[in-house]
Design a protein around this ligand. Sequence first.
Ligand code: 4AD
Ligand code: MG
Length: 484
Amino acid sequence: MSYLPIQQLLKTAPVGTEVTVKGWVRTKRESKNAIFIALNDGSTINNIQVVAEAGQLTEETLKLITTGACLAVTGELVESQGAGQAVEVKISNVHIYGTADPDKYPLQPKRHSLEFLREIAHLRPRTNTFSAILRIRHALAFAVHKYFNDNGFYYLNTPIITASDAEGAGEMFRVTTLDAIKPPLTEEGKVDYAQDFFGRETNLTVSGQLEGELGALALGKIYTFGPTFRAENSNTTRHLAEFWMIEPEMAFFELEDNMNLAEDFVKTVIRYALQHCADDLAFLDNRLKEEEKTKKKEEQSELGLLEKLQFVISNEFVRLTYTEAIDILVNSKPAKKGQFQYEVSWGVDLQSEHERYLVEKHFRKPVILTNYPREIKAFYMKQDEDSSASPGPTVRAMDVLFPGIGEIIGGSQREDNLDKLVARMQEVGIDPETIWWYLDTRRFGSAPHAGFGLGFERLVLFVTGMGNIRDVIPFPRAPKTAEF
Ligand code: 4AD
Ligand code: MG
């Protein structure tokens, strides 16, 4: 039989046939009668064991078969004598593609710390943990496209280089071809971007939403799924400078429809991972259990990874307003005992400690918070007609909060009234002229619409049970981190 990835071979190849497997050596073990080599080719978490009789391979060959070396092995697929695997390959021929000097190859068959593996991000996909994460990441990305395709959304590619700051937060990376040392200056002595490549100041996008809205008000339902950049200098386990965001935007959707979509969407993609990544999730579930054992009893989580995923897809998310959440927080034990690092009161932006209290301690379920104060949200959110239940004006915002993560989704219904939108922009100091094209959607055939953004890495973080966002993207970009 010709070469098959191990994943397929384990599923389809009949015992008794000749097979060729290709992959990297994970371990080599010698007994009196035989040599056992575990090969992995990245197609699955499962290794294939290949076996040679003692004396079958020359000393010279054996010496080169070390952890990390790449081999092609041909032989008969037989039922395994040992425990741990159903089948194995009886070696008839070995070809060594590439050796890996054991004195220099950094990955050895032992547990390496995640911190160490981050320093060798070019090799860490060859470990069980990272290959499992990367396969799950792939499955989730596929599930995202599948979900939207199945539900009548069109994939819209919004620009990566933009002249607008969609979130108005000013956390952007500049894109320029001007001379860094001696840029052309205007008469006032400022950098003259009119002479820059695009003839204006441009940045890497912080969100595809504004262009997404243009798409929704033409195609009905669209989504974006692309790289997003934020120059916020937060060295946290939840932030990246370059991350992938999924942003659906829907004409004729109001806040309630938006929440329903968000909930159905995340549940569906998590369910997809449970159905299609069983081996990898079982591996990570186990890994987490081992890790939990090293923690103090009171810090251990009650649910294992698989239980947690099952729990999320089989329970309704709790929905409440920001104002109601503040009430709960103000009256909570940690607030009364002064245990929150940041104080809570109506009007403050919730910190992740507050979000996690609501999700992990109070409700013990994913939560959707709505109707936030206008002052802490972006200019484009639809203003609530009636904010009488709250101490101040609110907008039709929604954040989805997840256990262990905090905010995983942020979104809103959009302000579709031109006058209100322009007035709000002026209040927060955005010149309406700079995004005249965005305002045209409110001038011509405006319609109620809504959308949200899901941080893809935060989703992968949740599904894999990892603790640091830098471990769920192949090559993380964060402050002072751009090596690979
Ligand atoms: O809440 P955010 O800033 O919302 C927007 O950008 C809207 N334009 C989305 C929309 O309505 N279309 O970001 C959305 C999500 C967050 O909930 C979070 O999951 C993720 O993007 N996110 C980050 N993920 C990793 N690293 C960062 N620095 C992130 N900033 C936001
Ligand atoms: Mg947000």
